[in-house]
Design a binder for this molecule. Structure first.
Ligand code: SF4
Length: 348
């Protein structure tokens, strides 16, 4: 190990001593040191989602955060190369907001069950059938779906986006649970399209309006249950339970807090609680624990995101070396998708 790698290893060890075994950390520090060298030579920017493994999260990124936060960073950076350590829809968003940069995704297999649950053809058919109902799409969609939307939203600003439209009915696609959770938060009724993309014949009365959802689910968050919360509370009565809004509504209702990944981090940062159950991708609990070694994180690591787990330090090194796998978004898709994203960013 040369001096530079040794220094990096020491920095990583200080942070990750409780989280990553030492032998693994030594190996990862070697790879991270190579990435950092290449990053400098190529004047690249590395962005990492909060779900990245701890050794990656705490070594190579210029910025870590949620998908929106990272895309804003991408747009502002003006770098020739951006390596996005996250999944494809996030890298696409970075490319749309930063079209002059070469955006690289370290693994071509890093997809997302939510993004794959709705296609541009699905949305085109919906718009033809219900032209008067505005369409909000979650950022966890591919660029061609964003391009057909009125506005995008994140889990953090979905309620504000719904309210900004002042419409009696809105589509909030594609996450069925996010739509239900936002309906509960904004006092609206939730109604679902059937599998053929049709509304029920009779819509319920709702003075505050109706949110119409699709059937998409996050393959990680849909599997958390209220039993997970009951078990944790039985063993640790003081535990603070944080649920991502992609979890089922009954799980969100049984939690102490619900919010996107950045909101969860802020909650832990400012909470007097000592113990937390984070109902989201397990790597995030490791990353939060590394930042708060005095707290305890209860993890349910049997539920992992296979797509986020595709992104490794090894693949990130190869991506930078070979400048692979480049994200392309054709201009006729990128331009309207950018409008939908910019409207979302303006709402905050
Ligand atoms: S955690 Fe869920 S929403 Fe996020 S990338 Fe994985 S499958 Fe998609």
């Amino acid at each position: 190990m040369n001096q530079h790698t040794q220094r990096l290893y020491q920095q990583m060890k200080k942070r990750l001593d409780k989280v990553v075994p030492d032998a693994e950390l030594r190996l990862k520090a070697e790879i991270a040191a190579e990435i950092l060298k290449l990053k400098k030579e190529k004047n690249a920017l590395i962005l990492a989602h909060n779900y990245m493994e701890p050794a990656l999260f705490y070594s190579i990124p210029d910025y870590c955060g949620d998908s929106l936060d990272l895309s804003r960073r991408a747009a502002a950076a003006g770098k020739p190369i951006i390596v996005f350590c996250g999944v494809r829809f996030m890298a696409e968003t970075a490319k749309i907001l930063s079209p002059a940069s070469k955006v690289l995704l370290p693994s071509p297999r890093a997809g997302c069950s939510l993004a794959e649950s709705i296609s541009a053809d699905d949305l085109r058919a919906l718009r033809r059938r219900y032209p008067d109902i505005p369409v909000i799409t979650y950022v966890n969609t591919y660029a061609d779906v964003k391009a057909l939307s009125d506005v995008c939203c994140t889990s953090g600003n979905a309620a504000a986006v719904v309210e900004s439209l002042h419409a009696p009915r809105v589509f909030l696609l594609p996450d069925a649970f996010l739509a239900a959770n936002i309906a509960a938060e904004t006092g609206r009724r939730i109604v679902y399209l059937d599998r053929d993309g049709r509304l029920p014949d009779h819509l319920p009365e709702s003075p505050n309006g109706i949110i119409i959802g699709w059937h998409g689910k996050c393959e990680v968050h849909e599997r958390f249950t209220t039993s997970d919360i009951e078990n944790a509370r039985r063993q640790f009565p003081d535990v603070a339970v944080l649920a991502h809004p992609e979890c089922p509504p009954e799980v969100v209702a049984a939690s102490d807090f619900s919010g996107g990944t950045n909101a969860m981090i802020r909650y832990v940062d400012s909470s007097p609680a000592r113990r937390f159950l984070l109902l989201t991708e397990c790597a995030m609990a490791d990353n939060v624990l590394a930042a708060h070694p005095d707290r305890e994180m209860i993890r349910i690591c049997s539920l992992r995101c296979p797509h986020m787990n595709e992104i490794t330090l090894e693949d990130t090194l190869e991506a930078l070396r070979r400048e692979q796998y480049e994200i392309q978004v054709p201009q006729p898709i990128a331009d309207p998708a950018r409008l939908a994203l910019e409207k979302m960013i303006a709402i905050g």
